[in-house]
Design a protein around this ligand. Sequence first.
Ligand code: NAP
Length: 242
Amino acid sequence: MLIGKTAVITGAAKGIGKAIALAFAKEGCNIVLNYHSSVSEDTIKEIEGYGVTCLPVQGDVSDFEFAASLMKRVKKELGSVDILVNNAGITRDMLLMRMSEEEFDSVINTNLKGCFNMVRHASNLMLKQRSGAIINMASVVGVMGNAGQVNYAASKAGIIGLTKSVAKELAARGITCNAIAPGFVETDMTDVLTDEQKAKMLEVIPLKRYGRVEDIAEVAVFLAKNTYITGQVIHVDGGMVM
Ligand code: NAP
């Protein structure tokens, strides 16, 4: 179903984003791999190994003009944007009483505004095509909150509100918009936690294992194929939030 389609994935050089890029490539999608600091040649070759085109584009999703230029370039070089996965995200954890303005703003700008920027410009193209699938990376933290993550939780809760509103605005044109709310997935983002913190996490995961990047990628592919699910938040968290 996805052969020859174009998937734009933000923050796709590593972690969950890279797994999503590989999963879409395996389905026959051409990949626009947005990266922030760097991407390895091996990653690009691995994607191209599925016989698809991989267009690496460096840029910061929090920059409105970057999002506009990215979509213009994709339209010119690959013809369409069929799937958009807003995966880029950061954490700057700190207790509320010590959180700086910069720590709050940087997380909101990357996670929430970055998502808006990309959706805003991709939707122009999707509306003309009268089709498209938008998948935004939320988090269980955006649903249940977390001490030390006021900025991150607010950004992810914002993504959920954005997702539902976009779903309502674009549904009439055949465009779906959903969010994935991962629990604890083993990536660089969670690697900064201490062993003690990780063990505590495991205690609240009914399925008694951490998430794998592939668990998330599988759901992203499913949401891109399905044309009758929209405005939903799919929890992929081993049962953390029920
Ligand atoms: P990760 O390994 O740290 O990857 C995040 C990616 O986002 C990196 O490639 C990073 O690039 C990129 N990025 C950061 N700022 C960016 C910007 N301004 N513009 C473009 N790209 C940017 O984290 P991950 O665990 O794979 O997380 C992926 C997504 O899942 C995030 O939205 C995260 O909030 C969400 N999530 C993760 C978990 C988890 O347990 N891991 C749980 C819930 C939700 P650079 O490194 O080059 O800056």
